[in-house]
Design a protein around this ligand. Sequence first.
Ligand SMILES: C[S@@+](CC[C@H](N)C(=O)[O-])C[C@H]1O[C@@H](n2cnc3c(N)ncnc32)[C@H](O)[C@@H]1O
Length: 337
Amino acid sequence: MRGYQGVLPRTPSLEDESYLGFMESLRNQNILQFFPKIAAFAHEPNAEGDPRVRLWKRLMRSQQQQTWEKLQQSFDSQRAAYEDELAAAERARPGRLHADPTFQVPAYATLDIHLQPGGYVGDSLAGYVFHHGTKVFYQGANDQDELHRQVVDFVSAPESGEVKRVLDLGCSIGQCTTALKQRFPAAEVTGLDVGLPLLRYAHKRAVDLDIDVHFRHGLAEDTGLPSGQYDVILAYILFHEVPERLFKVILAEVFRLLRPGGRFTVVDAPNNRNLPAANKLWLKFDARYNCEPYSPAFVASDFQGLLQEAGFRVLESKPTPTFLHCTVAQKDDGASG
Ligand SMILES: C[S@@+](CC[C@H](N)C(=O)[O-])C[C@H]1O[C@@H](n2cnc3c(N)ncnc32)[C@H](O)[C@@H]1O
């Protein structure tokens, strides 16, 4: 409970901050200095076996593991105080965190995604750990939610301009959810996620920031929310983390939730089987060694085709300033569903 630096809460101890600073520098070094050297020969037939590639993978994986280990130990050492903080936020602003005690987390969502032990669901303090772990992941460029705000700037609003309800699917710790409320202050904004520890932390964070949003524990493929009520839906880096069999099911659910004229913005990995060799190498590393097993199927998918099959009209598909791609689709007036 060492306060905030802007919107970034401070870690349990100063020592953590310094350790994480080192991890961030190491990640920066691996990505900005080392990886370009690998990219230069990634197209060669035996690139994967090259000792420089193997060293790069080991450095990336070990840095990730050590970041999580440090954070988990640190938050665990003050577990009771952090548990109290989460409970206090729920008392402070009741009726904003919606969770069904009988909810069963499906097996596919219990993996240690990005090597985070327990993943998004296995530790009640996973939200705290995730926030600081992703600070390192984003290499310090998202300390004040800058990248989440940028994603929210990409969100497309219906032509009518009417935005009463907004849904952030796979919202994690609610960084887009709060930015969406700031962009659409008159709307009721809800973040939905399968990870209850993330949502409890998202709620605490929103209470601290005094931003009035809702969080719902649920599944993107079966939200239980009413049909035709949403003007704007966002899925930021959700699809590459769900099994391929769910792509169509989630798209059908989003189509059901949107009102006619409502818009769906997806910001995620590019759908491109012909990526440059260096990008393929990194994606393969992520899938195998950074516990991102579902992402290759998303990258290989015809996502625009799936959107059209679900009844959407694709309005826009463009790269973003990061590696990610933005697709905007609309449920047209008169579209059934
Ligand atoms: C990479 S994170 C998304 C990041 C997040 N949108 C943000 O703003 O930072 C993927 C999220 O999707 C959630 N998720 C995975 N499968 C899901 C599902 N079937 N339904 C809802 N959430 C899901 C995970 O719990 C995780 O929080």
